[in-house]
Ligand binder design. Structure first.
Ligand SMILES: Cc1cc2nc3c(=O)[nH]c(=O)nc-3n(C[C@H](O)[C@H](O)[C@H](O)COP(=O)(O)OP(=O)(O)OC[C@H]3O[C@@H](n4cnc5c(N)ncnc54)[C@H](O)[C@@H]3O)c2cc1C
Length: 592
């Protein structure tokens, strides 16, 4: 096994990993390991915008952004983290602009901003323009900009290196083990600091906006090596996935005036969120769509509703609202270029001329690897930091998104908390020693990968994956209740047994063996699905993205607390709790 040594190791080259790398690498030897070529990371798919209270088009304040984040998170958000996110977002966006990110502009040359769900003027309750954007390719631009900066700053990249284990020596973390996908060889990387920035795990569910690569590797690896998982029951279903693929249609469509219509042609969000209607937070809109479908109000009785951004419809509702603004076809083609392309390519629908068929789609993990505000991974409910271990981005739980993330706040999270993790790791490695790699480093994972490669059971990974995805969609989706979640857990345990005892793969070679790596990723997905279902079954209330039919109300007396799930040596998962940081805002009922 080849061994490498770096002060700082970063696993993942999306927005969070690259931002962390940029700051961690100042005066240190830093490496980024990524299973994808960096600019193919999922951050590149982010469309609509990055939130910051710049106030370029109308009055806005970072305090309003912080409050919207806390309210959007259904008061499970740690309020100190929300303050940091909203305050530092402003500098972070200006920083990106100075690095060369080509934001859209207002007529007087400022960064252009658009509306997004849950972002409001706290005094009037009306939507506010807070989402800074580069057309609807904002994530793509962030990724390209940060990658160029990392190259300029001599960050070392190990592209297409698939990290498969976290190496421990006693109770200290010493490095990671990674497969060079090209050769199939296992490499050991020793690092004083390790930052996980591996993104989310939408592939746990059947209908998802997430790419094939989003399999929760980083979270699963940490969980297996003693790190608890925080608030895993909170998974966001984005209201507007294309029907039937789940491909995401950005909230920016509604931000620019698009409306949701049911099979009766009604703008049904007027019933569920009378004040901000289609721009209510995502959990509220997703539940409204499911309720409409349940009541038989889908389009032609089917399992979808319409998202209509055609000029005729948008202009009618703008006029009704007393707004003077009007849109035309050119406006949609330029401001929502990706969306128009996606509608035409993936649904055979032209969004400029006809409404798009949509359904809720599994989208974003609010929970994950628990960290403090500096990106340090914490070990327990007392917030004890684990020396040298960090996490940032979607795989981490700061917790700034609480029970439900607002649109545009993930990109802010990546740059604000990615930067914090990088700066803190940089300070740490300057005074820390390397933890020695143990003599048997990498042996256990080498044996596991060999087991998968030579396995001779009857079941292909794709079969197990499909069963896991439908089980999770049906039983641990937008609406949940005890018997269904128990059924899901039984199925997941059965699937885990098959994964151990009855697996088979086709490719027995070593070079570019994606068959084996995808099977290994399935193991991660199954672990993540199990801890999600257990955490969801445990939480007996409804809050944000976790809606229980059998406990339909939020219960602040018993459940205003974060879940921490721990994997015990015997494979059992136990749960304890961590208090929510409440500063200025006492929890109250969420009304939009
Ligand atoms: C379609 C879509 C649109 C979105 N639009 C917006 C938006 O407009 N605004 C907003 O705020 N948010 C948006 N989001 C959410 C946001 O894009 C993501 O939450 C965010 O980009 C995640 O960034 P990340 O850096 O944490 O992870 P990612 O960008 O997913 O990167 C993960 C990285 O980890 C690497 N990796 C993973 N596993 C391993 C492993 N085992 N070994 C080595 N490397 C590994 C990958 O190669 C990749 O480089 C959107 C999401 C989707 C799906």
């Amino acid at each position: 096994m080849q061994t490498h040594q770096f002060d700082c190791l970063i696993v993942g080259a999306g927005g969070a990993g690259l931002m962390a790398a940029l700051h961690a690498s100042k005066g240190t030897k830093t490496a980024v390991l990524s299973k994808l070529y960096p600019t193919r990371s999922h951050t590149g798919a982010a469309l609509g915008g990055i939130g910051a209270a710049l106030g370029n088009l109308e009055e806005d304040r970072w305090e309003w952004h912080a409050f919207d984040t806390i309210k959007g998170g259904d008061y499970l958000t740690d309020q100190d983290a929300a303050d940091i996110l909203a305050r530092e977002a402003i500098d972070a966006v200006i920083d990106l602009e100075h690095m060369g990110l080509p934001f859209d502009r207002t007529e007087d040359g400022k960064i252009s901003q658009r509306r997004f769900g849950g972002h409001t003027n706290n005094e009037t309750g009306k939507p506010v323009r807070r989402a800074c954007h580069a057309a609807d390719r904002t994530g793509h631009m962030i990724l390209q900009t940060l990658y160029q900066q990392c190259i300029k700053n001599n960050v070392n990249f190990f592209d297409e290196f698939h990290v498969v284990d976290l190496i421990k020596n006693g109770d200290r973390y010493a490095g990671v083990a990674a497969i060079n996908i090209d050769t199939g060889e296992l490499h050991l990387f020793q690092g004083k600091a390790i930052i996980f920035a591996t993104g989310g795990w939408g592939k746990v569910w059947e209908v998802t906006s997430n790419a094939h690569s989003l399999t929760g590797d980083g979270a699963a690896i940490c969980f297996r090596r003693g790190v608890p998982m925080e608030d895993m029951e909170f998974y966001q279903f984005h209201p507007t996935g294309l029907y039937p693929t789940g491909f995401l249609i950005t909230e920016a469509v509604r931000g620019e005036g698009g409306v949701l219509l049911n099979g009766r042609g009604e703008r049904f969000m007027e019933k569920y969120a009378p004040k901000i209607k289609d721009l209510a937070s995502r959990d509220v809109v997703s539940r409204a769509i499911y309720t409409e479908l349940k009541e038989g109000n889908g389009i032609k009785g089917q399992r979808y509703v319409h998202l209509d951004v055609t000029p005729a419809t948008v202009n009618r509702y703008l006029a009704e609202a007393g707004e003077t603004r009007r849109i035309d076809e050119h406006f949609i083609e330029s401001k929502l270029a990706e969306t128009v392309d996606q509608g035409r390519t993936y649904a055979g629908v032209d969004p400029v001329r006809e409404p798009m068929p949509i359904q809720p789609t599994a989208h974003y993990a609010m929970g994950g690897i628990p960290t403090n505000n500096d990106g340090s991974v914490i070990a327990d409910a007392q917030n004890t930091p684990i020396p040298g271990l960090y996490a940032a981005g979607e795989c981490a739980c700061v917790s700034v998104h609480g029970a439900n993330r607002l649109g545009t706040n993930s990109l802010v999270d990546l740059v604000v908390f990615g930067r914090r993790a990088g700066i803190h790791a940089n300070d740490y490695v300057k005074q820390a020693e390397f933890v020695p790699l143990p003599p048997d480093a990498g042996k256990e994972i080498e044996a596991e990968l060999k087991r998968i490669r030579i396995s001779s059971g009857k079941t292909r990974p794709a079969i197990l994956r499909a069963r896991m995805q439908t089980t999770m969609m049906d039983n641990v989706g937008v609406f949940r209740e005890k018997p269904n979640m128990e059924k899901a857990l039984d199925t997941l345990r059965e699937l885990k047994e098959s994964f151990k005892k009855d697996l088979t793969v086709d490719d027995r070679g070593s070079r570019f063996n994606t068959d084996v790596l995808e099977a290994w990723e399935l193991g991660c997905l199954l672990d993540i699905a199990e801890v999600t279902a257990i955490s969801a079954l445990n939480r007996q209330e409804s809050r944000g993205g976790h809606a229980r039919d059998d406990f339909p109300k939020r219960d602040d007396v018993n459940w205003l607390k974060h879940t921490l799930a721990h994997l015990q040596p015997d494979g059992q998962i136990t749960i304890d709790y961590k208090p929510v940081v409440i500063l200025k805002y006492q929890p109250k009922e969420r009304v939009y």
